[in-house]
Design a protein around this ligand. Sequence first.
Ligand code: CDP
Length: 772
Amino acid sequence: FNNETYSNTGANSVDSVNIENRKSIFQQDQVNNHPKVSSRPTQMKQSKNKVVSYKDSSDVEDYEMTNFFQPHGKNKAELVRKATELLKARKTLPVFQHKDQILHYIEENQVTVIIGETGSGKSTQIPQFLMPNSKKQIAVTQPRRVAAVSLAARVSEEYGCSLGSEVGYQVRFSNVSHPKVTKMKYLTDGMLLREIMIDQELKKYSTIVIDEAHERTILTDLIIGFLKQIVLSKKRPDLKIIVMSATLNAELFSRFFNHAPILYIEGKTYPVSKYYLPEKVEDLVDTMIRTILHVNMTEPEGDLLCFLPGQEEIDNCVSVLNQIGQQLPKDMPSIVALPLYAALNSAQQSAIFQKVPHGKRKVIIATNVAETSITVSGVKYVIDSGLRKVKAWRHQLGLSTLLTTPISQASAKQRAGRAGRECPGKVFRLYSEDVFLKQLPKEQEPEIVRNDIILPVLTLKKLGIDDLLTWSWLEHPGEQSIISALSTLYTLGALNDNGEVTALGQKISVLPLPPQLSVVLLHAFENGVLGPVIDIASCLSVDNLILNVSGNNAELRDDVNFRRQSYSLMGTSMGDLMSLYEFFSHFKELIKKKDSSEAKSWCKELFFSFRGFKNALKIRTQLKEYMLFGIKQDSWLKPHEKEQHMRNLRVQVEGDSISNDTALSDDELTDTGSPKRSVDTSLVLKSFLKGYLTNTAIGMPDRSYRICTTGMPISIHPSSMLFGKSGIDAIMYLEYVYTSKSYARNCSAVKLEWLQEVSPNLLAQSKESIGD
Ligand code: CDP
């Protein structure tokens, strides 16, 4: 390590440890705008309760009651003891201290807006206050599944019950709640929206709490629009609506609900000193690591919370830190680096709440999820990259892409605030004060104005709302977005020439999947290839399954590619979707064995995520459940047809050997898949074409490709099995990335006849746009 100095105005320079000889100086801001100082919140721990997963369905009969009333791993006395212990801590939360006042407001008004500093106890306490007097269920929505799961775990402990009994959660692919026993359920906003589609009046709920409303996700906005419809209809005067936000700009919500009262809960924060980097950062992960080491070396006890934009940067950072962490000088605390992002499973998530032994320092490296959704105690230092990943929709391309963008000033303040929850703290911003003041927007743009609204528009259409332009949008998405969504739905076959929802559209709207993927699954079912298509779709639903081999080690990359090809006979000629199918099939064979070590080492050897494939197995079961659920909900089918469809579906997914129609059991979470059978590749790819028709490009004589709809050039990404291959008629791709030029990722080779067959118009259109 070479010497390097980070400093802030007035601080001493330090004996340093660092990785590189590059100098970085943090400057403290001129004005320290200290918020009010309040009493110290108490440290809390995360639940270690085992989670039992129930099948996702609204039908009571479908829930398996076995084992339900067994507290998972703990007996009642233990649960009560834990809850009593936690009560002391709860009482110190600002929200708890204003309990009577909060209840009074809620009692008096149908809609209440509550604003409180992150960590003041809104999400955990307010719903609990309502539980004793609630005759129906209470729903608390969260924009992120990771928050829904961790809140439910925490609150079940505080309430003294096992997770999934009185307190539960429901997120995509996992429903840990019981329709009769659960009084309060944390659920993602997508899940609540699905319930609205089934029952527009939300009759099973007494209260809907919209948490994290300031995040302004599309789904939250949409739910708020629906809640307004319920209020206006006067059909549910007893339904209580609570909108909770961590930021002050709650006027919008209040105004939207006819000037609903706003309740401000005084925060509990300590001053946070701010430090800036004067220069622009060249390598974000490298600078982050060096700053972490700097803080570790120079600052007294206290944990670190670091914000990076995405999972890839986080995984990178964690792995480097864990290597460096072994070599730190003895007089320095050793580092325990932990990742935090939405794709982690619950065991990995709970790791961040666990205390580290004395003399060690916890360094949590997180995405935006730690900005307001998740509060971890012990954090004294925050390092903020100033960036986040957002999903952005590109109208011209008809694709949504993940973009790394600067955060807003409001977000930067929230992030900084995480350092001052228990005592005075420090924030190190990896950007200059000038950037903060002049370049960061004051507020983040709401998602609805920058994202695709295909599913929302279909939802509204299905609910009989024809005039979308004048619907009760919390924020209007703009005419262009609405029209583009309508046109995509039309292309997918979800709307007919009169703009009415078709039978296919009805089916898509109950499946909690991107509409394109729903279309693919439904066509695959018709084509009799649902098994392989569900396999592929499951793999596509897992982040970072096929890991990138380090770009600067070309030899290793070629070697891994070569080894991958030997497991992908269809994929080498047909592309990445078929490769995924082959990899997954091989994994399923290996995981059947008692000992998983062979599967693990196979994954390691080929740079696949073992955990990812395990998740894909679970998702596979869930997708199958959703399809069964879709058939059940399908009002176009007669009862005997439903039976027949369900049997057919099971045969397709499980293979001929499992053709009985016994209920699917939880055992299937470890399902080892369908028997090996030959697969009709063309039917699989044609099913995908139905959903991704606009993501196609025609091969040109010079080996380049032109996008069918626009005629723009696009190249196959080097990560694809088809990279460098010639003689391909056309490609279909699932992702579009733009770096130095336009790249298609996740590519499959398709034939021109298939395009002609799936959409006769498309080829004509592409000839026009390409100028052939
Ligand atoms: O919603 P708000 O940000 O106002 O606060 P909260 O999420 O209800 O958190 C209140 C307290 O519960 C905080 O001190 C958290 O540290 C703690 N908590 C926890 O220990 N584990 C969770 N999963 C959630 C909250």
